[in-house]
Design a protein around this ligand. Structure first.
Ligand SMILES: Cc1ncc(COP(=O)(O)O)c(C=O)c1O
Length: 378
C-alpha cells in the first residue's frame, strides 16, 4: 500500500520539480565524523567481508551501552543484541520468528507500511486498533477488545509514525498489563526514540513483566540521519534474540559491514548530540505546523517524530488521496495521504502527512507554495 504511493509521489515530485515532503528522509546527512568513520573502515578493510551474523562485537557493545545510558538496561551484547538491515528487517524477522500461520498481530493504525507486509509474510492476520484525531491517543479499551485467543503479538510504535504521538508511561503500563494478562509478546518499534519534543520516550521493555516478552527495535537511520546505511538492531531476552537471529540468518545473513563500525562510533556520541536531534527538529516542527495552519490546514501538532498529520477539509477537499495527487501540479509540493497507513481508510480519508526533516529554507519554500493552494481554491 504505502510503497506504491511513495513511488508514485516521488515520481510526481521529479516530474513536477516539487518539494518532496512525502517520504521521511532528511536532506542533510548525519555527522561528518561518522561518515568519515565509515569511509575509513572501508579503506582499512574493516567489514568489507561478511561480518559476524549477529553483528560486529563493537556495535553490539555500543547498542548495549546506549540502552544502559538512556534507559538503564543491562544487556549482554553477545546474547541480547542483534544487528539487522535497518529496523525494517528487524520487524520482518521478529514477526517471522514469533508468529505461526493464523496468529493475530494487533497494531495501532495508522502504521508503518512494512508492518502489514511482514505480518502477511509470516502468515499472520493483522488486527488494527485505530488512533483517531484530534489527539490520536491509543484507545486501550479497544485494544483489550481486539485481543482474542489467537492474538500472539502487539506491534507498538512510539514515538509513532505518522501521527507523532508519544505514548505516555500510563498508556504503556496499560498495554504492558494487557500483554502480561494475555501472555502476549510485544514488538516495540522505537526508531524515533530520540525525536521527542513533548513528553519522554519510555521503552515498554522497562515495565514490570515486559523484559522477557518484548522485542525492542531501533535503527541508526533516524537518530544519525543515515537512512541509506540500513543499520538497525534488536534487543531483548536471549531466547527472543536467538529466535530473531535464526530468521535473520536466512533473510540476509549479514549486512552493512563497514557501516557497523561507523554506527558503533555514532552510538557513543555525547549526550549533547542526542539532545540536538530533537533540539534541531523542534523549531522546524513549530515553524511548519504554524505555517500549515496559516495556509488553512487543520494541523495535529506531533509530540515526536518528524511527521505532521493534517486534515485538508478546511481547504475544500474531502479526499487526501485526491489532494496529494493534485498538489505537486497545483502547488509544487508532495505529501502523502494518511489513508495508505490504515486498513480502515475511512478513518483517515481527509488526512495528509508531511515530513518536516528538511532544511529550514526548503520548509519555507514549501509553505510559500502551499499558501497558493488556498488562494487558488474558489
Ligand atoms: C515506524 C518506522 N519503523 C521503521 C522504519 C524503518 O527504519 P529503517 O530505515 O531502519 O529500516 C521507519 C522508517 O521510516 C519507520 O517510520
Amino acid at each position: 500500500m504505502g510503497t506504491t504511493i511513495f513511488a508514485e509521489m516521488s515520481a510526481l515530485a521529479v516530474a513536477t520539480g516539487a518539494v518532496n515532503l512525502g517520504q521521511g528522509f532528511p536532506d542533510v546527512d548525519g555527522p561528518r565524523e561518522i561518515a568519515e568513520a565509515a569511509a575509513a573502515a572501508i579503506l582499512a578493510g574493516r567489514g568489507n567481508q561478511y561480518p559476524p551474523g549477529a553483528g560486529i562485537p563493537e556495535l553490539r557493545q555500543a547498542v548495549a551501552a546506549h540502552q544502559k545510558r538512556f534507559y538503564g538496561f543491562d544487556l549482554d551484547p553477545d546474547l541480547q543484541v542483534l544487528v539487522t538491515v535497518g529496523a525494517t528487517e528487524a520487524i520482518a524477522a521478529a514477526l517471522l520468528a514469533l508468529l505461526e500461520p493464523g496468529d493475530e498481530a494487533i497494531a495501532f493504525e495508522p502504521y508503518y507500511d512494512s508492518y502489514a507486509a511482514s505480518v502477511a509474510m509470516a502468515g499472520g492476520i493483522r488486527v488494527p486498533v485505530t488512533l483517531r484525531p484530534p489527539d490520536f491517543r491509543p484507545d486501550l479499551d479497544a485494544l483489550r477488545a481486539a485481543i482474542t485467543p489467537r492474538t500472539r503479538v502487539i506491534l507498538l510504535n512510539s514515538p509513532h509514525n505518522p501521527t507523532g504521538v508519544v505514548f505516555t508511561p500510563d498508556e504503556l503500563a496499560r498495554v504492558a498489563e494487557l500483554a502480561c494478562e494475555h501472555d502476549l509478546l510485544v514488538i516495540s518499534d522505537e526508531v524515533y526514540e530520540h525525536m521527542v519534543f513533548d513528553g519522554t520516550h519510555l521503552p515498554i521493555a522497562s515495565l514490570p513483566g515486559m523484559a522477557g516478552r518484548t522485542v525492542t527495535i531501533s535503527s541508526a537511520a533516524k537518530t544519525f540521519s543515515f537512512t541509506g546505511w540500513k543499520v538497525g538492531w534488536v534487543t531483548g531476552s536471549p531466547e527472543i534474540v536467538a529466535a530473531v537471529r535464526t530468521v535473520k540468518q536466512f533473510l540476509t545473513y549479514v549486512s552493512s559491514g563497514p557501516f557497523q563500525y561507523a554506527i558503533a562510533q555514532a552510538l557513543a556520541l555525547p549526550d549533547s548530540y542526542y539532545a540536538s536531534v530533537a533540539g534541531d527538529l523542534r523549531p522546524k516542527r513549530d515553524f511548519f505546523c504554524d505555517g500549515l495552519a496559516a495556509a488553512g490546514f487543520e494541523v495535529y501538532r506531533p509530540a515526536g517524530t518528524f511527521f505532521i498529520t493534517t486534515d485538508v477539509r478546511p481547504l475544500g477537499y474531502a479526499d487526501g488521496m485526491e489532494f496529494c495527487r493534485e498538489l505537486p501540479v497545483r502547488a509544487g509540493v508532495v505529501a502523502i495521504p494518511s489513508a495508505v497507513f490504515y486498513d480502515n481508510v475511512e478513518a483517515a480519508r481527509s488526512q495528509v502527512r508531511f515530513a518536516f526533516c528538511k532544511k529550514r529554507e526548503v520548509l519555507a519554500e514549501a509553505l510559500a507554495r502551499l499558501g497558493a493552494v488556498r488562494r487558488r481554491r474558489p
